[in-house]
Design a protein around this ligand. Structure first.
Ligand SMILES: [Zn+2]
Length: 252
């Protein structure tokens, strides 16, 4: 028999787990939209897009847990257009929206980076970048960059972009989920044969070639697909509520 949990109790548990106060972030972490008090079904996903909100409503969710919430520093503050439609649906359906950005990336074991590492056979033993957001770890045995790229494709069900010599040996791997191509130089300084993130920029290619360090862009969405799901499963187990993960396809 599935139970229910008070939204404030769930918020307290999520905050206790992810400690948002420890981070400088460019969005509010925690409860972004307050909804009904009793939560019986929690829906997790990467982004609080309209499609995700609609799917969560269709599933009968009482609360949504995402990595990318509705509000970002520097955004237009007006509630118009797509933001109005997203927010309007949440309010009309009395739904809670919980969003955790950097705290979910870096969370041990369940976070985006930890979950991504596990799927690629990597455990972090060093960290780099602003607020130590990036991870570095070693493969059990060296493989070529091309072999590693195939491993990424299989693990994430998405063809990655590899920049660098496919025959180059790779043992030490740095990784950071999402749009962390800007940390490439810091990843190189931390010591790695290959750096993996979600996105790629024009200058990423030149840096990879000139530094002799391979780069893999594996998809922003694909690399951040697992943290919210893991935390949702954890919360459901802890409070005896139901959980559903809704993966809305995103090629970027
Ligand atoms: Zn992201």
């Amino acid at each position: 028999m599935a139970g229910k949990v008070d939204a404030r109790v769930l918020l307290g548990a999520l905050d206790e787990l992810m400690e948002p106060a420890r981070f400088r972030d460019y969005c509010p972490n925690g409860m972004q939209v307050e909804g009904k008090r009793e939560i019986g079904l929690l829906a997790s996903g990467v982004t609080s897009s309209l499609a995700f909100i609609e799917a969560a409503i269709g599933a009968g969710a009482d609360a949504l847990l995402v990595h990318h919430g509705l509000f970002w520093k520097g955004d237009d503050m007006r509630v118009v257009g797509p933001k109005r439609r997203r927010l309007g649906l949440l309010l009309a359906n009395n739904l809670n929206l919980f969003a955790y950005h950097l705290p979910l990336d870096t969370l041990a074991d369940m976070g985006n980076n930890a979950q991504l590492g596990t799927r690629l056979g990597l455990a972090a033993d060093a960290w780099f970048g602003e607020q130590q957001i990036g991870s570095v770890g070693s493969l059990g045995a060296a493989v070529t960059a091309g072999e590693f790229a195939r491993r990424v494709a299989t693990a994430l069900s998405r063809e990655p972009l590899l920049i660098g010599d496919p025959l180059q040996p790779v043992r030490r791997v740095a990784w950071c989920s999402g749009g962390a191509q800007g940390y490439f130089e810091q990843a190189i300084a931390a010591g790695c044969d290959l750096y993996l993130s979600g996105e790629v920029s024009e200058q990423t290619t030149h840096l990879a070639r000139e530094a002799g360090v391979a780069y893999i862009a594996a998809g922003h969405h694909a690399t951040e697909r697992y943290g919210a799901e893991a935390v949702g499963r954890y919360a459901a187990g802890r409070f005896g509520i139901r959980h559903v993960h809704l993966d809305i396809d995103n090629p970027a």
